[in-house]
Design a protein. Structure first.
Length: 168
């Protein structure tokens, strides 16, 4: 019972408890925001690359290995774009959940210093669930970014191999 009381200590007993409850979701909100910004930039690069390849294909009348490479890259770029949009969605969900967890933590800190134990426990549970959903969203978004990066690396390697074959 003593351990449980220490975990839900009020601001009068532990002034860092409120700061910790609010700062942790805020740090994760910042991380999600930075990843969302970077993902948006990556999506813009995929759009630019798709337009460039489509323009190159439009101007290429013959079917050669370069044309085949561009066609393969277009398919891969479609997959990359879809992955990036899904990652952005997960990052936006994470941002919303972490912001909600921060607000709920403030409410929980206020209730924690009162005699209303049941509402405090309910609010703490809601904050925990919001934080977990945010963390899952952040994690899934990062996994999607890793997969998208692997697709980009595969395309780059194929282009490098083609360029090396021309140099021989």
């Amino acid at each position: 019972m003593h351990t449980v009381r220490m975990l839900i200590a009020g601001p009068a007993e532990n002034p860092f408890a409120v700061l910790t409850l609010i700062a942790a979701p805020a740090v994760f909100t910042n991380a999600s925001s930075v990843l969302a910004l970077g993902t948006g930039n990556r999506l813009a690069r995929v759009v630019d690359r798709t337009r460039y390849i489509a323009h190159e294909l439009h101007g290429s009348p013959k079917r050669d290995e370069v044309t085949n490479l561009w066609v393969n890259h277009l398919s891969r770029l479609e997959n990359r774009g879809a992955m990036l949009v899904r990652a952005l969605s997960f990052f936006y969900i994470a941002i919303g959940c972490f912001a909600a967890a921060s607000l709920v933590s403030i409410l929980g800190a206020v209730l924690g210093s009162t005699q209303y134990r049941l509402p405090f426990e309910a609010v703490a549970g809601v904050g925990f669930v919001a934080g977990m959903i945010g963390f899952i969203g952040l994690s899934v978004g990062c996994v999607l970014l890793v997969q998208e990066t692997r697709l980009a690396l595969r395309s780059m390697s194929e282009e490098a191999e083609l360029a090396k074959s021309w140099a021989k």
